[in-house]
Design a protein around this ligand. Structure first.
Ligand code: ADP
Ligand code: MG
Length: 238
């Protein structure tokens, strides 16, 4: 059984068909990267998986359960998006704890979860600070901590590093890779950075105009692209 299965999903905004019959099965523990040019539907697909946008047709299954008509809170998913808004008036500790509180986790367990992710992401010394007292990279870590505290079945990352400078991006990339290896979680990750895709992915899905053109290992997609578009996009040798 797949951790996440997308079956024949269509999404239409007005008269524009943004997702066209997308089908995709992701294994438990798999790191799947979605790449493709701006506007091809990556975020729309992520939002559909998260339940933030209803699909026009098709089904979404998590751990074999049909969640197509469930709210985001009813799906066992955590998200880190490009604009990782932290609550400015809350401390780091409260930011991480808040979502757990919303999910009615008892206090002792919440504290335990906060300590665990803080240690994992090396933000323990920052727990009592406010977001305004953090650097961009530290804020990004807190946003990630907030997602990781939940231990959901699936993580969705939509260009989580695109607001960071190059040096931090490389650091965070390494950290995300370590986290995945350590926790063995299922991740769907959007990036337009080919190097990020090549270094992080178990498999890469290349999208264009609402369709998946190719799905394969980094080696397959890079060395054996299905067409000129994929080759160009991945920077494959000609
Ligand atoms: P990507 O993340 O790959 O850059 P998006 O999924 O954000 O692309 O957008 C895909 C297409 O859907 C774009 O043409 C975008 O303008 C359109 N779109 C996205 N969200 C909405 C929305 N809420 N209403 C109308 N059109 C939208
Ligand atoms: Mg996007």
């Amino acid at each position: 059984m797949s951790a996440l299965e997308i079956r024949n999903v269509d999404k239409t905004f007005g008269i524009e068909k943004v997702l066209k019959d997308i089908s995709l099965a992701i294994d438990s523990g798999e790191f799947l990267i979605l790449v493709g040019p701006s506007g091809c539907g990556k975020s729309t697909l992520m939002n559909a998986i998260a339940g933030l946008e209803p699909v026009t047709a098709g089904e979404i299954l998590i751990g074999g359960d049909d969640v197509t008509w469930r709210t985001p809170a009813e799906r066992d998913i955590a998200m880190v998006f490009q604009s990782y808004a932290l609550y400015p008036s809350m401390t780091v500790r409260q930011n991480i704890s808040f979502g757990l509180e919303m999910r009615k986790m008892p206090k002792a367990q919440r504290e335990e979860a906060v300590s665990r992710v803080a240690e994992l992401l090396q933000i323990t010394p920052l727990l009592d600070r406010k977001p305004s007292q953090l650097s961009g990279g530290q804020r990004q870590r807190v946003a990630m901590g907030r997602a990781l505290a939940r231990e959901p079945q699936i993580y969705l990352f939509d260009e989580p590093l695109s607001n960071l400078d190059a040096k931090l991006r490389v650091e965070m990339r390494t950290e995300i890779k370590k986290l995945h290896q350590r926790l063995g979680t299922t991740i769907v990750y959007v990036t337009h950075d080919q190097i990020e895709a090549m270094t992080l992915a178990d498999r890469i899905a290349v999208m264009r105009d609402g369709e998946i053109l190719q799905l394969g290992t980094p080696d397959e997609v890079y060395n054996d692209p299905v067409d000129m578009f994929v080759a160009g996009f991945m920077g494959s040798p000609s």
